[in-house]
Design a protein around this ligand. Structure first.
Ligand code: MLT
Length: 271
């Protein structure tokens, strides 16, 4: 597969997806409310060895928006259809960050035959508390009334560690730009979908594929204890913590994260 930023009709919507490289398929599933560009460093690093597939999910980036609620299952179904459209029969190495991880649970549940390995960055298996759900619905109201500019800057302290904000101001700038370029209806729809997502903590013990759990040591949203505990429940799982960085570990510490993922993928090749 060559180099491409392509537009495809997938599951009834126009989807933009970055596809590049050759070799085993590595599917990069972005977090909220971002787009495939959050994986820029991973795309650059892995495209020489893998077929890197990095879509803009429904309602994000340049992919068509669905108003209302977009569930995590809907996103997983879109990804399954995307792989069909790309004629990819080989099982995928699924790498998801945060919301991308919530989608990974649904992908595993509904399309287990498509999965070769899981890489879960800064995510959790539990559903939201009542307070968490209320906060999401407040954000939906705010963003629908006042647009993504009303949430972008205030999200940064939860997403990026203080050290990263101080030492690499370009990361926050890049993220704000991604958030502000996202349509308010797309943000609202997935935010509602996350609010109603299931709790997977009692099911993840059934995951059979090799799994890597990566978390930033300063992650405020899905802290190391949460990820560590989650990792111990997945049978064939490795846990790794990246020092000094927050929720956006792949953007904040790309070299370390890429190395961890690479080592893991090499070990999957041998298993
Ligand atoms: C993300 O990074 O995708 C979000 O933090 C997910 C969430 O809001 O739970």
């Amino acid at each position: 597969m060559g180099q491409n930023l392509i537009h495809l009709t997938v599951n009834g919507i126009e989807m933009r997806v970055f596809v590049e490289g050759s070799g085993s398929p590595l599917l990069l599933v972005h977090g909220f409310p971002l787009n495939h560009r959050m994986w820029q460093s991973q795309i650059e690093y892995f495209k020489n060895e893998f077929t890197v597939i990095a879509p803009d999910l429904r309602g994000f980036g340049a992919t068509e928006i669905t108003r209302g609620t977009v569930t995590m299952k809907q996103h997983a179904e879109d990804l399954n259809m995307l792989l069909n459209e790309l004629n990819l029969e080989e099982r995928v190495l699924f790498c998801g960050l945060s919301m991308g991880g919530y989608i990974a649970w649904e992908f595993w549940k509904h399309f287990p035959e498509r999965l070769r390995a899981l890489i879960l960055c800064d995510t959790r298996a539990t559903s939201d508390t009542e307070e968490g759900i209320n906060n999401r619905l407040k954000m939906v109201d705010l963003v629908l009334k006042h647009g993504p500019e009303s949430i972008s800057s205030s999200m940064i302290p939860n997403l990026i560690s203080e050290a990263s904000q101080r030492n690499h101001p370009d990361i926050a700038k890049n993220m704000i730009q991604m958030i502000e370029s996202t349509d308010r209806e797309g943000i609202a729809a997935s935010q509602r979908g996350m609010a109603e997502r299931e709790d997977y903590s009692s099911e993840i013990g059934g995951i059979q594929v090799p799994t890597l759990c990566i978390v930033g040591s300063e992650d405020q949203l899905t802290p190391p204890e949460v990820m560590k505990n989650m990792s111990t429940q997945i049978p064939n799982s490795k846990y790794t913590e990246i020092p000094g960085v927050g929720h956006m570990a792949p953007m904040e510490a790309p070299a370390e994260v890429n190395q961890e993922i690479h080592q893991f993928l090499m070990s999957c090749d041998q298993s």
